[in-house]
Structures are given as C-alpha cells and as structure tokens.
Ligand binder design. Structure first.
Ligand SMILES: Nc1ncnc2c1ncn2[C@@H]1O[C@H](COP(=O)(O)OP(=O)(O)OP(=O)(O)O)[C@@H](O)[C@H]1O
Length: 472
C-alpha cells in the first residue's frame, strides 16, 4: 500500500479513462482504471480505493447498480457518478443510492480533480455521515443549467450540517425553495421550518415577531407570545430579505447567534433555542455593509456559506422545462387539461427577459391555463403585457438583438429555412432608412454615417427597391 490516495475510475469509454487517469496521476493520486463494473467489483474484494469515479451508463452493469453493490460492502466509500445533463434522473437516483457527488458531463479535468479532492477531504474530516444526499432537491427544483447544478451540489454538500447559509438571488429566483430543500435534507427535517420576510414586517413589530413578547410589554400586548425563534426551535429559521432588517434587530440577531439565547420583548428570563439560520437577500450585502446599513459582524456570521441563484435570464435552457412543469401544475390546480405551447410560443417565452424570474413564469403559466382559448397556445394567446414588457426591455437595454433572437427562433420554429435571405435585406433597409432620415434624405451624408461609399448606398437602395430621394 502507498500513502497516496487511491482513485478508481470505471468507464467503458477509453478516452475518459485515459483523461482521468492522467489527471489523477498529475494531482499525485494513484489511479487504476476499469472498463466495467464487474472487474471493479472483483478487485474490490481484495482492496478498496479512497474514491471511485464511475460513469452512469455502461455496457453490462450500469453505474447505479455498481453503486448499490459497492455500498453493500463499503457503505462509506465515496463514489462520484458521471452523467450527462440529459440523464439527470439517473443522477438523482444515484443520490438515493448514497453517492457522494455527481459530475455532469462534459466536465473539465480541473472540475473532476476538485471533486475528488473534496470527496477525500470529506471522508477524512467527517466520515460517512457527511456524504451528501440531495436527491429530492434535484427533483423538486428544476434546473439543468450548470449554475443550478452547482446549487444542487451545494444542497447536497450542506445536507448534514447545521451551518448558516446565505442565499443570494433576485426576487422570484427560488431562494425560499432552496432554503426549504436545505432544511428537508438536514437532520432537522422533522422539526419546523419557519420563513419570515423582513421586508413584509413593519419595523416596530419586528422584534416581537422574531423574539416574542411578554404580556403587557407594550400597548396591545395582551398575552405572552412566542416569537419565530421559539417556534423554529430545533429546526430552521429562514430570514428572507435580511438586508431590510433594521439596525437594532441586527444587533439583537447577532447576539442570539452568538449566545443561542434571547429575551422576549419585555421579558427578563433568557430563552434558549437551537435554530439553524438560513438568510436570503436580493441585495448586495457587501455594499450595504460599506454604506453602513448592515452590520459587518452580522454579515460575516451569516456569510459562512453562500449559495448564489442565477436569474432566470441567465439560465434560459431551463425555461422550457419550467414552462412544462408549471403548465402541468396549473392544470392540476384548476382541474383542467394541461395546455401545450406551440414551438414558436415556447421560443418566444424562452427569450423573454423575465424580470420577475421563476415566479413571473409560474404566474404566466397560470394565466395561460385560464385564458388561452384552445389546447395549443399560440403567440396571440399570451398575456399582452408580456409582449409589451419584452418591448420595454428591448428599448431600455438597447437590445435589438433580443428582438432579433425572438424573430429568428420563431422563424426556425416555423420550419423556415435560409432565414438570412430575408433578415439581411431587412436589416440593411432599417439602417439605410435611419441614416437617410438623419440626413434629411442626403445620400452622400447618409453613406458616410453608414460607413459605405456613396455608390454602394445608391446600389443598395436600388436593390432593396427603396424610395430614393433626389437630394444629394
Ligand atoms: N427551479 C425551480 N423549479 C421549480 N419551481 C421553482 C423554481 N424556482 C422557483 N420556483 C417556484 O417559483 C416561485 C418563487 O420561488 P421562491 O418563493 O422560492 O423565490 P424567492 O427567490 O424566495 O422570491 P422572493 O425573494 O421574492 O421571496 C415558487 O412558487 C417556487 O416554488
């Protein structure tokens, strides 16, 4: 035996074996490769590695079957499952089987090495209990985009810990959903999950909301009341929009985090609690700290682990799945047949800016389910403000490319071919008309504005059949 960590790789693809073997060797790990699960299991009877990397799809025994077999005899051995995005369900199943992590294909070598390193660290530090389990996180939260995969991994990795987590993301991106998943996959899952939105509570009620009050603590406090901290005892307290927490409450929260105890408003006996805090914000807390609007010490206490949830327009590849998911959900709620989007409708929706993120998309699906007249949803069936909204954003951000993208997607979805044949002349026409307008019809000046010679402009005007002005 050597002291080097031992990594086993199993994949029926020789090039993957080769790449990983080299990468592991370079990192200083001893690496053995196997063409199939059977040969790996045979070797496992005599010797165990520190980490196994297995492909999910293989001839003969597949990765998940192998995983189960490995864990029958070696329940603590970390296994990394490699899988393509399209096989996410298999990856999910692999978590059920107790896999350590999954490596979405295609991966880069550094990513694979980093994952192996983490697996080694985990088993060294925390033992088997720390192995992650985020299977239903991936099932409840739709996201195949790489950034969402990163979120799932974080949920998996944090599942067994009580660590404070700060979730960052715009409104409606799914912060609460992720907080719930963190709770459900934690040892606290049988205990309460209490969510509280700081932005929704009047300032002067916040302390009593969080910490409760004693009878008579203030006018109107007719009875003793337990606050959210007490309600969440043993479980998780989700503090949404933490950036909106008033300064005094921040100070109190900091003290509770340090001492695990607090006083109810108007109370003199300390109340002890064991609460995991998950905080979320759409704001840039660092900036609030700089501006003196958020306590730096509280920020550091909350910012132990940060999960960033990307806005929907940064993970457009997930939009079709989300649309489908919410159309089915809405149909179920309303007890009707789910609507089906025409390809051009789906393309249009996939290219919208979605400033309200997933929540806006979910509401749109509800709207469509109620309002669209036929089973198949046409562009015309969409809520009018969506079309306006795309226009506003296009103008606002100067994103004519977005409008063009919408157009191209819907042309292609309609089965059109050679779309540049109509797009390029249309583009030139718009440019020429704009330039001519600017120069009040003077071609020589317009040509200069466009960056063409005058002859080119004259020729184009002719080719495009544009009205030509006589003015020079
Ligand atoms: N990836 C996802 N898959 C499925 N549903 C999602 C996803 N992301 C968000 N949702 C749904 O979208 C809605 C909004 O999500 P959520 O309330 O978690 O957002 P949020 O970021 O906490 O918003 P806010 O900051 O405004 O409170 C919820 O109904 C949630 O279930």
């Amino acid at each position: 035996m050597t002291d080097q960590p031992l990594v086993w790789v199993v994949d029926d693809d020789r090039s993957i074996r080769w790449v990983l073997e080299r990468a592991m060797g370079k990192r200083g790990y001893e690496c053995s490769v196997f063409e199939n699960g059977e040969s790996l299991l045979a070797r496992l009877e005599n010797r165990a590695p520190d980490v196994i990397i297995s492909d999910v799809r293989m001839e003969g025994m597949d990765g998940l079957e192998l995983l189960n077999k490995i864990h029958e005899t070696h329940p603590d051995l970390p296994v990394i499952i490699m899988t393509a995005h399209s096989d996410l369900d298999s990856a999910v199943a692999s978590f059920q089987g107790g896999a350590f992590e999954y490596l979405p294909k295609p991966f880069d070598v550094d990513e694979a090495t980093a994952l192996v390193e983490r697996a080694l660290e985990h088993s060294a530090q925390q033992g088997p209990a720390a192995l992650s389990n985020s299977q239903s996180a991936a099932m409840e939260i739709i996201g195949e985009a790489p950034a969402m995969q990163e979120v799932f991994r974080a949920i998996g990795r944090l599942a067994q810990s009580n660590i404070t987590v700060l979730i960052n993301g715009e409104s409606g991106t799914g912060k609460e959903l992720v907080a719930q998943a963190l709770h459900r996959h934690s040892p606290r899952k049988e205990e309460p999950f209490i969510a509280l939105n700081m932005a929704a509570i009047p300032k002067d009620l916040m302390e009593s909301e969080l910490f409760g009050h004693e009878k008579g603590a203030f006018t109107g406090a007719q009875n003793q009341r337990r606050g959210r901290f007490e309600q969440a005892d043993g479980g998780t307290l989700f503090l949404d929009e933490i950036g909106d927490m008033p300064a005094e409450t921040q100070t109190r929260l900091l003290r509770v985090l340090a001492d695990s105890e607090f006083y109810r408003v108007g109370g003199h006996t300390p109340v002890k609690v064991n609460v995991r805090i998950i905080a979320a914000t759409h704001q840039d807390l660092e900036k609030l700290v700089e501006q003196g609007r958020f306590r730096e010490d509280l920020f550091h206490r909350l910012n132990v682990i940060r999960i960033h949830i990307p806005k929907l327009s940064d993970r457009r590849e997930d939009i079709p799945k989300l649309l489908n998911f919410f159309l089915h959900k809405a149909a179920k709620e309303l007890d009707v047949e789910p609507k089906v989007l025409r390809p051009e409708t789906e393309a249009f929706l996939s290219n919208l800016p979605w400033p309200g993120n997933v929540r806006q998309l979910e509401n749109t699906c509800r709207w469509i389910t109620v309002m669209a007249s036929s089973h198949e949803v046409l562009l015309n069936d969409l809520p009018p403000e969506l079309r306006d909204e795309s226009a506003v954003v296009e103008v606002g951000q100067g994103s004519w490319q977005q409008a063009l993208r919408n157009w191209a997607s819907s042309e292609l979805a309609n089965g059109e071919k050679r779309i540049l044949d109509s797009a390029l002349p249309a583009f030139e026409q718009v440019m020429i008309e704009a330039a001519l307008k600017q120069t009040a019809g003077r071609k020589r000046d317009a040509a200069e504005l466009l960056g063409w010679g005058r002859n080119t402009l004259t020729r184009k005007i002719k080719e495009l059949g544009l009205e030509s002005s006589d003015e020079e």
